[in-house]
Unconditional design. Structure first.
Length: 253
């Protein structure tokens, strides 16, 4: 049955930045498909843990700053100690800083780049070494952005980092396909999350955005969860190095 290709029963997924929003949605979606989840968050993922427990899903809470690269091996060791193996990594943790390019500071550049692209590369490297050791391959899902395709305004380091995510996704796919490791990315469009609450509350700006989206609505964490399940599953075994835009048609307009 073709639906068996989407079954993640017995798989283990690490999801970074899953305390709220898209990360939470992807973690829950992967759990519903059968995954045991390890969440790495800099804040306590209280809501996510409650939702996981209520639904009867396995969830390992790892409190950590993903900008601290020297801790990645220990995070993976905790996952292995709890679950015995790991099959999927979702690199979702990230931040954004807004300022005119003329006034943008080195700190705002480095803070964003260190978390949004440097940590993505080195966490992927660490998990890929484990995949190779296990000998069964694995799935890496990076979270890109509309600004992987577009320039944006007032977010220079975010645009650079998310453009980098798309490039690194392709590079890692090229190098690691021989190990049966698939590396792909999801580029969310305008999503109804905590990060966009102020934007959605601005009626004029919200209307401008919705007028550009053929689907005529904001996306939801659930809209991103389903593609994550697909990319984590055997159904995507012949997809590698690709960035899927989940944007309601934004880029097509």
């Amino acid at each position: 049955m073709i639906l068996d290709s989407f079954d993640l029963a017995g798989k283990v997924a690490i999801v970074t930045g899953c305390d709220t929003g898209l990360g939470q949605g992807m973690a829950l979606g992967l759990a519903e498909a059968g995954c045991s989840i390890a969440g790495i968050n800099i804040v306590e993922p209280t809501e996510t843990k409650t939702m996981m427990e209520k639904a009867g899903h396995k969830f390992l809470d790892i409190h950590a700053n993903m900008a601290e690269i020297d801790q990645f091996d220990s995070h993976i060791d905790r996952v292995l100690s709890e679950y015995g193996h790991v099959d999927v990594l979702v690199n979702n943790a990230g931040i954004i800083r807004r300022e005119d390019a003329l006034n943008f500071t080195e700190k705002d550049w480095d803070d964003v780049m260190n978390l949004n692209i440097k940590s993505v590369f080195f966490m992927s490297q660490a998990i890929a070494k484990q995949f190779v050791k296990q000998g069964n391959g694995g799935k890496i899902i990076n979270i890109a952005s509309m600004l992987s395709f577009q320039g944006g305004i007032r977010v220079p380091s975010y645009t650079a980092s998310k453009s980098g995510v798309m490039g690194v996704t392709r590079l890692l796919a090229n190098e690691w396909a021989k190990y049966n490791i698939n590396v792909n990315a999801i580029a969310p469009g305008y999503m109804a999350t905590n990060n966009t609450a102020a934007l959605r509350a601005d009626n004029d700006r919200s209307s401008e955005i919705l007028d550009r989206i053929p689907a005529g609505r904001w996306g939801t964490p659930r809209d991103v969860a389903a593609p994550a399940v697909f990319l984590a599953s055997a159904a995507s075994d012949y997809i590698n190095g690709y960035t899927i835009a989940v944007d309601g048609g934004w880029l097509a307009r």
